[in-house]
Design a protein. Structure first.
Ligand SMILES: Nc1ncnc2c1ncn2[C@@H]1O[C@H](COP(=O)(O)OP(=O)(O)OP(=O)(O)O)[C@@H](O)[C@H]1O
Length: 337
């Protein structure tokens, strides 16, 4: 049975429109005008136990709104969703005990107290047996390398350390489903990698299901095999990472190392030369022409090495977002799953 199922899930916000000027403001007191924001429009997907899925989309695409509906923080305007067998907006205890939502931009922990005190409160709220709590806490503080910091007030911790504590608090009750909204936002690369490693390791040990939003493609590549892409409230891709590159990455990068001397000056006849330095060069070539171009290069020059790469995920994703503005890609489009 899927852990998450969404069918036609929709959220429309009603936003008060403030009028310009004093007269407008006074008029607004008597005649309130509203505008509808269609944040999520009829999305459909399901997630199986143990999957690690990335939820991608540009700013304002509807990611946080979807996560909030999946955790029962807001009611959908339409459609249905079942999470862990429950309707999230019912917020029953049995449901809340089995999932956690971590928002990179929001703190759950008490600012002036050591994280340890917030962890204790979690233990009380979730009524965790002491042994199990100790075991999980030790495991997580070791994994994230913050055992020495749990007794320091949270406000004195760095952003990265605070995020690690947030993650610990979220995992203490061993949730079966972890919803992560930008868990590495604003962190340096080292802290990002530590958090990725912890999530990966923890997933390997406990096999929880995870849905993650992130603007850092490194998070996605490190953790997720499957991606859901949302734009303007529509789900426009549901499939694996490789499929995303195949479909939207229209070019490939050919990296060449020449056997003798400098890179030749006439490489532009094969494609767009991205770099040519010393005996090395990189040429961007249309996906459908890679074999032909490679054959021509091998005929013309002696090579010491050659590598053909997909474009970086950032580029592919930027292209997906760009293309999804066109009407032909506007609706939900499921490649896999
Ligand atoms: N409480 C709210 N009231 C009114 N409109 C909202 C509310 N929350 C979000 N929106 C609007 O709904 C749309 C989707 O917002 P959402 O926060 O879900 O996007 P997102 O994909 O998470 O974006 P980001 O990557 O910037 O966090 C946006 O147009 C946003 O302005």
């Amino acid at each position: 049975m899927p852990i998450v199922e969404a069918e036609g899930l929709t959220k429309t916000y009603r936003v008060f429109q403030k009028r310009d000027g004093l007269v407008g403001a006074v008029r607004g007191l008597f005649h309130r005008e509203y505008r509808e924001v269609r944040a999520v429009e009829g999305i459909r997907f399901s997630i199986e136990p143990g999957e690690m899925v990335a939820f991608l989309g540009p700013n304002g695409a509807g990611k946080t709104t979807t996560l909030k509906m999946l955790s029962g923080l807001i009611y959908p305007s339409g459609g249905t969703t079942t999470v862990l067998g429950y309707t999230p907006s019912d917020r029953v205890d049995a449901f809340r005990r089995q999932f956690a939502l971590v928002m990179g931009q929001k703190n759950q922990l008490w600012w002036d107290l050591p994280a340890q005190d917030s962890f204790e409160l979690h233990r009380e709220i979730y009524q965790l047996p002491r042994d199990e709590y100790r075991e999980t806490l030790d495991e997580l503080t070791t994994l994230l390398d913050v055992a020495a910091l749990t007794r320091q007030p949270v406000r004195e911790l760095s952003l990265g350390e605070r995020m690690k504590m947030e993650l610990i608090a979220a995992l203490l009750h061993r949730p079966r489903l972890l919803l992560l909204d930008e868990p590495t936002i604003g962190l340096d690369v080292v802290a990002q990698v530590t958090i990725q490693k912890c999530l990966k390791e923890y997933h390997a040990r406990r096999g929880m299901t995870m849905l993650l939003t992130s603007h850092y493609m490194r998070d996605v590549e490190a953790l997720c095999d499957r991606v859901l892409v949302i734009n303007h409230g529509h789900l426009i891709y549901d499939g694996d990472l490789a499929g995303l590159s195949n479909r939207f990455g229209q070019t490939k990068l050919i990296k060449l190392e020449f056997a003798e001397g400098e890179a030749p000056s006439d490489l532009a006849r094969f494609g767009d030369v991205e770099r040519a330095e010393g005996g090395e060069a990189e040429i961007r070539v249309e996906r459908s022409k890679v074999a032909e171009v490679l054959g021509a290069i091998l005929d013309a020059y002696r090579l010491a090495d050659v590598v053909v790469q997909d474009p970086p995920l950032e580029q592919v994703i930027a292209r997906v977002f760009q293309e999804s503005k066109s009407p032909s890609l506007g609706g939900a489009d499921h490649d896999a799953a």
